[in-house]
Design a protein around this ligand. Structure first.
Ligand code: MN
Length: 443
């Protein structure tokens, strides 16, 4: 791991330790292998909260943070330790089959974490008296309950026994504090997010030139995924939505198995994941390279909402205000065009929220609607959000002229909040009607 990345994860541990305070101990579990079918597993992916604090991508690990130092004998060794990473045991046979393991001895040099231990030693921490020396125990609950294999064994019964071993300890879910931290991206994160966005934009622009009637949705998906990997991404941030015609009105359409028809639109909602950071772009294209008048009309209304909301972004603006603005633009546009009789019905056709935070997760672990001491609705410098207005008129839409049926349009960008405004990370992805038609027709 390079110096810059090491410093980033270290700064995150430091910040998190400061937030939980001296009376606390935190145990953040990494992910384990998850079975797909019979003896085949899903490709291993580290939990993002654990990654955020460590940058470590091996399975069966856990990070322990003790801001005021370890208070129990097994961890002490005569020195004050504030962070321990529990990792898989070195095992030549297993490494021959499944790849190299870092081993606890290399934790400090490779990751910059104070101490490394074998994960089997975690059991004595979880079941011993050490925990009772603290007032608060922070754990990532929702991830703990999904652990498999050796980590399931190591952690089994630990929560049940806590009440006996350490009845004084208050257990707190670490996810909220980590989500709050993850809402504001550091310089390092912004750099990686931009790389992820660039890969996605370059790939989408490439794929755009191959779209034509008669292709199957999965062929477009294959082309997109090829470019992601070819351009350096490890995987897709989420399963791509490649939805022709009426399929675009199914928000999380994932079949991607229909033939693209002449005269219909194709909605692509997809993003690459690069070094653990996600991109999420949606664009809507005319399959034959030319928008019909009806499609253009809907498209321009959505585009206006997308652009005007993005233009408003700066620190201090409320996301809820942008949501209201977007709905007003969509409702006004449809009303003026005579498509919508009553502006109040807009939600029937706009369907979803305006956007979400993005970062390590596509829907980043940040709940901006939650109100605690701070108002998470207010945008801050370093936030990265999607802006993704959409309009959907599925076949059979009552009260809507038939010529608009089967039209689904969404236009989504990823936007960074900077000191005096915003930076659109996905700006280089075409979205004007004229530029889309131009590129689709010159190839
Ligand atoms: Mn999105």
């Amino acid at each position: 791991m390079n110096k810059e990345q090491k410093a980033f994860h270290k700064s995150r541990r430091k910040e998190f330790s400061k937030l939980i305070g001296n009376d606390s101990i935190a145990i953040i579990f990494g992910s384990t292998h998850h079975n797909k079918s019979f003896d085949g597993d899903h490709n291993f992916k580290q939990y993002k909260n654990f990654y955020y604090l460590t940058g470590f991508t091996e399975a069966n690990s856990a990070l322990v943070l003790m801001p005021s130092g370890s208070r129990g004998v097994p961890l002490q060794k005569g020195k004050r330790i504030t962070e321990v990473l529990y990792v898989q045991k070195k095992d030549p046979l297993m490494e021959t089959w499944n790849g190299k393991r870092l081993g606890c001895k290399n934790v400090k040099d490779e990751l910059g974490i104070e101490e490394g231990k074998e994960n089997s030693e975690l059991e004595s921490l979880l079941n011993g008296k050490i925990l009772s020396a603290y007032r608060y125990l922070y754990i990532n609950f929702s991830e703990l309950i999904k652990l498999n294999g050796e980590m399931k064994h190591i952690t089994s019964g630990f929560l049940d026994k806590l009440n006996v071993i350490a009845p004084n300890v208050e257990i707190i879910d670490a996810s909220y504090l980590l989500g709050r931290m993850r809402a504001v991206k550091t310089k390092y994160e912004i750099k990686v997010l931009k790389q992820s966005a660039d890969i996605t934009v370059r790939s989408c622009n490439e794929t755009l030139t191959m779209i034509k009637p008669g292709l199957n949705e999965h062929q477009v998906q294959a082309n997109l995924e090829y470019h992601y990997k070819y351009n350096g991404a490890q995987e897709t941030a989420y399963y791509p939505i490649v939805a022709g015609g009426d399929n675009a009105c199914i928000l999380h359409y994932d079949k991607n198995d229909q033939v693209l028809k002449n005269g219909e639109l194709l909605l692509i909602d997809s993003g690459a994941e690069y070094n653990y950071y996600c991109t999420d772009i949606t664009r809507t294209f005319p399959i034959n390279g030319k928008f019909t008048e009806e499609q253009k009309l809907i498209y321009e209304i959505v585009l206006k909402a997308n652009k005007e909301c993005i233009r408003k972004i700066k620190p201090g603006i409320k996301f809820s205000e942008l949501t209201v603005l977007s709905e007003r633009i969509l409702a006004d546009g449809l009303y003026k065009a005579g498509i919508l009789k009553n502006k109040k019905d807009i939600k029937t056709y706009s369907l979803h929220g305006l956007g979400h935070h993005i970062g390590l997760d596509t829907h980043d672990a940040v709940d901006y609607r939650r109100k605690l001491k701070e108002d998470n609705d207010v945008l801050r410098e370093g936030n990265v959000l999607t802006i993704e207005p959409g309009l959907y008129f599925p076949k059979g839409s009552k009260g809507i002229d038939r010529k608009f049926w089967g039209t689904g349009v969404r236009i989504e960008d990823d936007v960074l909040v900077i000191k005096n405004g915003y930076e659109n990370l996905t700006n280089a992805m075409v979205k004007e009607v004229s530029s889309i038609e131009f590129i689709m027709n010159v190839g």
